[in-house]
Design a protein around this ligand. Structure first.
Ligand SMILES: [Fe+2]
Length: 402
């Protein structure tokens, strides 16, 4: 709580207490957020000299900065803190185990919801705790794990991926461990309403008819009502309720515009779209990250909030560490280390020759290209290509903090 003179109040401040007992003031609510200048004038007209407002944490200030348009400083700060993005092989392996185990737990809880059984919020909370803990320790690691597509049932893996990406993005936006955990928790549950949609529609391969789409859209309201009934707090409900709202108001269920969508909703929209278009489905193979990001760029400030999206790219990288790419020399390589300043020039680990024969792994920093200008042509679907295990040791070595 912070004491502030009435003349220094700003729109957005949360008033917690006046300089006198609340009943002696002309206000109905004694705790409220100042939404406009008129409220500040009303406080002054009531001869209230000072009030107590909620002290804003550094994390909140950072998030506010993102939305006030001043991202330059923040981006610099993120770049300075880049070692946080390293992938450590031990973390990578344990993250992979945790990820797989978590999907099983999420599947169990969501199946129970469909069957009308008791909702195990404790199990989801444990998964969210793991996601947040790994994310705070090593921002990139879980995001890389999601790249190892496991073709599990889409809904469960998608729930987990949304949680992982949302947690990572939230921590990049400067939120603290508690907030990151709440976002991770909300991410897992963002599509819980789908469990209340008839499964023949949910699992239909291919496009929905208009009628089916209308039924599918109900998953948002179903999810919100369900989670509310379970007693989840409103900040955790927002991601579920707003992840299909769009910047220009074209989303559903409420058609909210950007300024009406919460930060949780904005994060939810970006990560939900990204995972949906990069995931393998029965009827379409997932887009590779660079194509997905390119497509999403077109939607910035029409469908999704551009600033949140830019933070997401910084967070995930154009070519995420661990992804398989084809070089202009016809060699195959795995991204070994991201280059945030020059995202198209990462360190690559080349493991085949031009003819496609396996060779010992060679590490090439594309930003230091001189003689034989190697370039990345584009991502390659890793399904049919065996990536040598030793690549992961290289990734570990490249990303170690010295
Ligand atoms: Fe959804």
């Amino acid at each position: 709580m912070k004491k502030v003179f009435t003349k220094d109040l700003k729109v957005g401040d949360k008033v917690l207490k006046f300089d006198r007992p609340w009943l002696e003031t002309g206000f109905i609510k004694h705790k409220f957020v100042i939404k406009n200048q008129a409220t500040i004038s009303k406080i002054a007209e009531n001869d209230i000299e000072y009030v107590y407002i909620e002290a804003v944490s550094d994390e909140q200030k950072k998030v506010e900065k993102v939305f006030s348009g001043d991202t330059k400083e923040l981006i610099e700060e993120i770049q300075e803190n880049l070692p946080d993005n390293h992938i450590n092989i031990e973390d990578f392996n344990s993250a992979n185990d945790i990820y797989k185990e978590s999907i099983k737990i999420v599947r169990g809880v969501l199946d129970d919801v469909r069957a009308g059984k008791m909702f195990n919020s404790g199990a989801i909370k444990n998964v969210a705790e793991n996601v947040a803990e790994l994310t705070m320790r090593n921002k990139g690691v879980l995001c890389s794990v999601t790249k190892l597509k496991q073709h599990d049932d889409y809904t469960f893996q998608h729930s987990m991926n949304v949680s992982v990406y949302a947690a990572s993005l939230a921590s990049h936006l400067g939120m603290d461990a508690t907030e990151v955990q709440r976002i991770a928790n909300a991410g897992i549950l963002h599509d819980v309403g789908k469990m209340l949609v008839p499964s023949e529609i949910l699992n239909k391969p291919g496009k929905f008819t208009d009628d089916e789409f209308a039924i599918m859209k109900n998953h948002v309201q179903f999810g919100y009502d369900f989670l509310k009934k379970q007693g989840l707090p409103s900040d955790m409900l927002r991601l579920a309720y707003e992840h299909h709202e769009r910047f220009d108001g074209s989303g559903y269920p409420r058609g909210l515009k950007d300024n009406e969508i919460s930060i949780e909703g904005k994060i939810g929209a970006v990560v939900d779209i990204y995972d949906a278009i990069t995931s393998y489905r029965v009827y379409h193979k997932g887009m590779e990250p660079p194509s997905a990001l390119k497509l999403m760029f077109k939607w910035a400030d029409s469908h999704i909030n551009k600033k949140v999206f830019e933070f997401f790219i910084m967070n995930i990288g154009i070519y995420p560490v661990g992804s398989l790419v084809l070089m202009n020399t016809n060699e195959l390589a795995v991204i070994g280390k991201a280059n945030i300043n020059k995202p198209t020039e990462p360190v690559v680990l080349i493991f085949t020759n031009k003819a496609g024969d396996k060779l010992p792994v060679k590490s090439v920093d594309l930003s230091k290209n001189t003689v034989n200008e190697r370039k990345i042509i584009g991502p390659v679907n890793p399904e049919k290509i065996e990536i040598p295990d030793e690549i992961y040791k290289y990734i570990d070595g490249l990303n170690k903090i010295s």
